[in-house]
Design a protein around this ligand. Sequence first.
Ligand code: CAO
Length: 417
Amino acid sequence: MTDKALSGVRILDMTHVQSGPTCTQLLAWFGADVIKVERPGVGDATRGQLRDIPDVDSLYFTMLNHNKRSITLNTKSEAGKAIFTKLIESCDVMVENFAPGALDRMGFGWERIQEINPRMIMASIKGFGPGPYQDCKVYENVAQCAGGSASTTGFADGPPLVTGAQIGDSGTGLHLALGIVTALYQREQTGRGQKVLAAMQDGVLNLCRVKLRDQQRLAHGPLKEYPQYGEGKAFGEATPRAGNASGGGQPGWILKCKGWETDPDAYIYFITQAPVWKKICDVIGKPEWKEDTEYATPDARLNKLGAVFNTIEAWTKTKTKFEVMDICNPLDIPVGPILSMKEIAEEPSLRETGTIVEVDHPERGKYLTVGNPIKLSDSPAEVTRSPLLGEHTEEILSQVLGLSSQDIEQARADGAV
Ligand code: CAO
């Protein structure tokens, strides 16, 4: 009897930093047994990065490694390699996001892994897929830049911008998790493992799909929903930065709300969705726009969106962002408050759904984390704390690999674990 969706699936987690750990954390939340392999005495580099409390695993680490077990293992030593081989025999999936070539240098390339366990699914995150940059080491912002996000983010008259959402790391982790469960499903029919690759550039580009759409629309005329169209500025050869314009066919913008002079997050996203235009005119005190041919249709408004939003803003500035929500939502006018991380952390409904979770850690005490954003009715995620470095070494060696206490002592004496 399984009590979680991925119960019975064992993951050999060779991931580090952010991209790979987000993937294996999701699989752990779905019930997989995730065994995180870390270098003895060192561990995942993020344990020590951006520490807020001396000598305690950082929030960076704890928030990316829930529900996992940690074994320390030197996979480059001979004794360590023997244990690693047994782990490959005992697991269903290996997940890794080492720099290109690192696994081959360790002696565990794809051919060797298949020899050891033909059912093994080997899932990798790399910065780039095959091609000129395949050997590059890559971090989040490199992927955002190479995947088309940075060139299309920011204001047209400013430099490219990276976004706060970790679309290169966590976004690619999410893509890889889908690849892994898909490969597990295919293995049900074929009995064979396979390689799964998610390149960060590809993952970012997938999330920037609408910008490649706009690149092709450019050949047929200006992008009328982009602010520069209304400003009479010419378009260049590539999709420009669109500021806060909506990515879809319904124009939107970020507008100031009451208190914006002192509160950096007193703003609202306001969408002038065509079907509710007349209601918007009434709400903002411009009923005459309803029948005015200069404003009545979406096409007529396109060359004066800036002025339209300035007028709406004159109204939103008289209300808090939550008052704007309260007035607009019953009228089906799509608006979204700019929520600060503080507001999100304190939002009771997010606590109730398990999207924000309070976790207790033996060394740091209580802290907040983001729980599983994907809710399965028959497999609810329960968030448990991240492991200490090597916390489960003995348990895994004896219970998973069946090593005797003498074998374990020997492995310690050899410096393998
Ligand atoms: N035992 C022994 N050696 C181990 C080990 C273990 N348990 N775990 C890791 N190592 C070794 C690796 O084998 C590698 O050794 P070699 O360089 O001799 O082959 C070494 O540790 C370092 O691995 P690395 O090159 O992956 O790590 P790095 O810190 O230099 O680079 C990163 C980090 C993220 C840039 C690189 O791993 C990378 O490009 N990964 C792919 C893309 C990716 O996931 N990026 C997102 C990271 S999150 O922002």
